[in-house]
Write a protein that binds this ligand. Structure first.
Ligand SMILES: CC(C)(COP(=O)(O)OP(=O)(O)OC[C@H]1O[C@@H](n2cnc3c(N)ncnc32)[C@H](O)[C@@H]1OP(=O)(O)O)[C@@H](O)C(=O)NCCC(=O)NCCS
Length: 309
């Protein structure tokens, strides 16, 4: 195709044209509008690739309001069926990320589910633009269609409304020690365990803040055993977004009791299914989810890179 690829921010009045590049233009426009309303994206974080005066690609970045340093691309489209899809995609990502760095972004993180359209191509173009794969995860879903174990004797569960936020942040720090999750381990090594725990707490709170659902678990001696963070993704879908056991209490299947507690709490909220995603290296968690009746629903890959100054 003739002409250079020019990357620039989306201009007013161009949203429909950019939306029409994908297979679901209305869903893209709705998602973009919702993220704008939540201040999770802005028009200056939406970019198009133009060639010969036509828009041939697009990508938008979003970030959580409390975690502005990490930006996530969504809605990436390039001319997948033409020979220049890779060149267009790499130019679009590299140049738009350069501009996001100027807006204050320090890292980019992208999650590609195996079931999305062009998943393989998306992963290839991310990697070629320097946003390398750092983690393979497995998505598990529980349909609340099998009996849950009875509440474990010997663990007292307290909601975050009672424990307060500082105790919860400290519990996140303690249960994350020795984690088998590669990204959580990387965050802890880079920022230090306390700062990483605070940042993770902030992410979880931004995703869905219902402190009534979050639980710390203590043993009869009052010692912290673990925590679990059940959240609502929508009225119909819940998620276990964090579960952890303090190292000295590991190996006693407390994870089962914590996740079962999350399932009970989410069932009370009338969700139809509950999702959990885990690093494929996190074998104790995967085994626990399978014991509780979760079913594997396919892989997802996380790509991440720091944006150099
Ligand atoms: C995932 C987790 C909650 C499982 O804890 P648990 O309830 O103690 O798990 P189990 O009792 O079922 O342990 C099964 C086996 O795995 C081992 N194990 C558990 N966690 C381990 C870890 N982080 N590293 C190495 N081995 C671990 C146990 O010692 C046990 O070994 P054994 O069979 O030889 O006795 C715990 O590993 C943890 O807190 N990890 C850090 C937080 C985390 O990764 N959360 C999930 C990300 S969303």
């Amino acid at each position: 195709m003739a002409g250079e690829v020019v990357v620039r921010p989306l201009r007013e009045g161009e949203l429909d044209e950019a939306a029409s590049l994908g297979t679901a233009p209305a869903a893209f426009r709705d998602h973009y509008a919702r993220l704008c309303a939540l201040d999770e994206t802005r028009p200056e974080w939406a970019f198009v690739a133009e060639r010969g005066g036509r828009i041939v690609g697009r990508v938008v970045y979003w970030s959580l309001p409390r975690v502005r340093e990490v930006v996530h691309p969504f809605g990436l489209q390039v001319p997948w069926d033409t020979p220049d899809w890779m060149e267009t995609g790499v130019t679009l990502l590299r140049e738009s990320l350069g501009r996001m760095r100027a807006h204050g972004a320090e890292r980019v993180q992208a999650t590609v589910y195996a079931f999305v359209d062009r998943a393989r191509e998306r992963r290839r173009v991310l990697a070629a633009a320097g946003v390398v794969e750092v983690q393979e995860k497995q998505r598990f879903v529980h349909h609340l269609d099998v009996p849950l174990p009875l509440p474990a004797a010997g663990l007292a569960f307290r909601p975050r409304t009672q424990t307060g936020d500082p105790a919860f942040v400290d519990a996140v720090r303690r249960v994350t020690e020795g984690t088998l999750d590669r990204l959580d381990a990387e965050d802890g090594a880079r920022d230090g365990p306390a700062a990483a725990a605070q940042a993770y707490f902030d992410v979880l709170r931004d995703l869905h803040d219902d402190p009534d659902l979050w639980r710390l678990a203590h043993d009869p001696q009052g010692e912290l055993v673990g925590l679990v963070v059940p959240q609502l993704l929508s009225a119909a879908t819940g998620v276990v977004n964090y579960v952890g056991v303090v190292p000295r209490h590991r190996g006693r299947r407390h994870c089962d009791a914590l996740v079962a507690e999350a399932l009970r709490l989410l069932a009370v909220e009338h969700v139809e299914s509950v999702v959990a995603e885990t690093d494929v290296l996190n074998h104790p968690l995967a085994a626990s989810l399978l014991r509780l009746g979760f079913r594997p629903e396919g892989p997802l890959h996380v790509h991440r890179v720091g944006l150099q100054q």
